[in-house]
Design a protein around this ligand. Structure first.
Ligand code: G16
Length: 553
């Protein structure tokens, strides 16, 4: 289709908003907040203002298909045309998973990409929406850029938008809008092709055909078409093996967060709650935008931290990583299980703040091959986002090679490296003032905590984590309060940077257990004394007025 008539673009006058500061991963707000007049436009124009090079460049655009995705894409395309972008590559229907968008940026050598998603947050009319800019390496823009965009949003007075309505988002092919080309592509093709280059599809397929049942929960989110193509059409999974396998704009009213609470159907199947007498051999779920993953075996849950360590320890079984790993990255609150693997492999392990953007420099500089976070994110240097289906394929490839159960693989890993007991407690939607007061109080008391003893272990370090990027020298302060104990145990306190309502306090607990006879404890019990210590030092019940966390993972 060609819009041949030249379009006269008049700038539209606007008023700045004061609340457009991107969080851990872009700007996330309630849909209704985004729907305010000019709210989205202001943010998008601020990106264009901060990156004049976008004029004449190629941009990847796509989102997780949640409510307000299509309307936003229409606005962004019209603004891209008015801001003289040369070419936009768009996933069909405006849909791209976050890792697929990252891959397309890299593959097409685009200047960057605009990704629409609020990730694992609920969707629908009263749910959440989000937008972020990814740079030419395919990864989320660094803080320097997001800070600049925020400054721009505070002073913006006008934006540019082409006065055209109804761009056909579903029509694959090349379209012209003003002088801009819009290339609409199949959302899955390129990503699926990339996966075949990384993994041994023949081996996985043969294994899956050999009395091996999987259950993949697409959570009615963006991964659905990717899973149906890759796990279904290419690897032979049946329709029954992919549950909640269609994409819906409101995620079926569910919370597309792959954890033990929100992936309930999957969990029930893996623990055979209905007593059918048979459980799948492997279970997994992904989130709203397809970058997170949860891994399970029959009657078994693999923590994301362990999953990273196990993928690293078995990477030589996966074709893409047979040449060895350069290093491993993990976010600070993620357990130290991966550090032990790195040590054994004789490679570096980097500790970064929470936020995938911090892995970008390490990946680009060739310092790490694999990286992961406790928040159900795992990835590698194949893209610059975490990647849910990629993690699933890692496990399937390892299982196809080792021909053992998920549980046996994890237990053998613990036997070899020791077990890092780990849990995260979230206190969601607490008043920001209460959360800040808790943090201020804890921060003020940090120095007095050093040397103090709790339940037989003493605090050797109490600080607020500061990250010095070894590649560009940038410093990111206040990335979470750490209580490090003399036996290697840790308690971390952070405020989430992805919520849209009130504040979410996250507490992370970890302790190491070398003794194989102690590897069967229930996680909360194993960490109970640390959980008690956190209450003693931070008065969580007092500040939050909540007796228990809202989510435990
Ligand atoms: C984002 C970031 C992750 C981060 C997670 C949780 O993930 O990309 O790096 O670990 O949020 O962040 P927070 O603890 O600040 O809420 P996603 O999947 O939401 O894009």
């Amino acid at each position: 289709m060609r819009y041949s008539k030249p379009i006269k673009v008049q700038p539209v006058k606007t008023q700045p908003f004061t609340d457009q500061k991107p969080g851990t991963s872009g700007l996330r707000k309630k849909v209704q907040h985004f729907k305010q007049m000019d709210y989205l436009q202001n943010f998008v124009q601020s990106i264009f203002n901060c990156l004049p090079e976008l004029a004449g460049s190629t941009l990847i655009v796509g989102g997780d298909g949640r409510y307000f995705n299509r309307e936003s894409i229409q606005i962004i395309l019209r603004m891209a045309a008015a801001n003289r972008v040369k070419k936009v590559i768009l996933g069909q229907g405006g849909v791209l998973s976050t890792p697929a968008a990252s891959h397309l940026i890299r593959k097409n050598k685009a200047l960057g990409g605009i990704i629409l998603s609020a990730s694992h947050n609920p969707g629908g009319m009263n749910g959440d929406f989000g937008i972020k800019y990814n740079i030419s390496n395919g990864g989320p823009a660094p803080e320097e850029f997001t800070d600049a965009v925020f400054e721009e949003t505070k002073k913006i007075t006008q934006y540019h938008i082409a006065p055209i309505k109804g761009i056909p988002l579903d029509l694959i092919g090349s379209h012209t809008l003003e002088k801009m080309t819009i290339e609409i592509i199949d959302s899955v093709d390129d990503y699926a092709q990339l996966m075949t280059e990384l993994f041994d599809f023949d081996k996985i397929k043969a294994h899956m055909a050999d009395n091996f049942e999987i259950c993949f929960d697409a959570m009615y989110a963006v991964t659905a078409p990717y899973a149906r193509r890759i796990l279904g059409e290419m690897l032979g999974a049946t329709d029954d093996e992919i549950i909640r396998g269609e994409s819906l704009p409101n995620f079926g009213g569910c919370h597309p967060d792959p954890n033990l609470v929100h992936a309930k159907q999957l969990v029930e199947r893996m623990y055979d709650i209905e007593e059918t007498g048979s459980t799948p051999n492997f279970g997994a779920a992904s989130d709203g935008d397809g970058d997170r993953n949860m891994i399970m075996g029959d009657y078994f849950f693999v923590t994301p931290s362990d999953s990273l360590a196990i993928i690293a320890a078995n990477a030589q079984l996966i074709p893409a990583y047979q040449g060895g790993l350069k290093g491993i990255g993990r976010s600070m609150p993620t357990s130290q299980a991966a550090d032990r693997v790195a040590e054994k492999l004789g490679i570096d392990c980097y500790e970064t703040p929470t936020g995938w953007k911090f892995f970008g420099n390490l990946l680009d500089d060739g310092r790490i091959t694999l990286c992961g976070e406790e928040s159900f994110g795992t990835g590698s240097d194949h893209v610059r986002e975490k990647d849910g289906l990629w993690a699933v394929l890692c496990w399937l490839n390892i299982l196809a090679e080792r021909k053992q159960s998920v549980e046996d693989i994890v237990r053998q890993h613990w036997a070899e490296y020791g077990r890092n007991y780990y849990t995260r407690h979230d206190y969601e939607n607490i008043p920001s003032e209460a959360a800040n007061a808790l943090f201020d109080n804890l921060q003020d008391n940090l120095s007095s905590l050093v040397g103090k003893e709790f339940s037989g272990r003493s605090i050797s370090t109490a600080d607020n984590f500061s990250y010095h990027d070894p590649v560009d020298g940038s410093v990111s302060d206040k990335q979470g309060i750490r209580l490090l104990f003399n036996d290697g145990a840790r308690i971390i306190f952070r405020l989430s940077g992805t919520g849209t309502q009130g504040a979410t306090l996250r507490l992370y607990f970890e302790r190491y257990e070398a003794d194989i006879n102690q590897h069967d404890l229930e996680t909360q019990e194993a960490l109970y004394d640390l959980i008690e210590t956190a209450e003693l030092v931070a008065n969580i019940i007092g500040y939050t007025e909540m007796n228990e966390p809202t989510v435990i993972t």
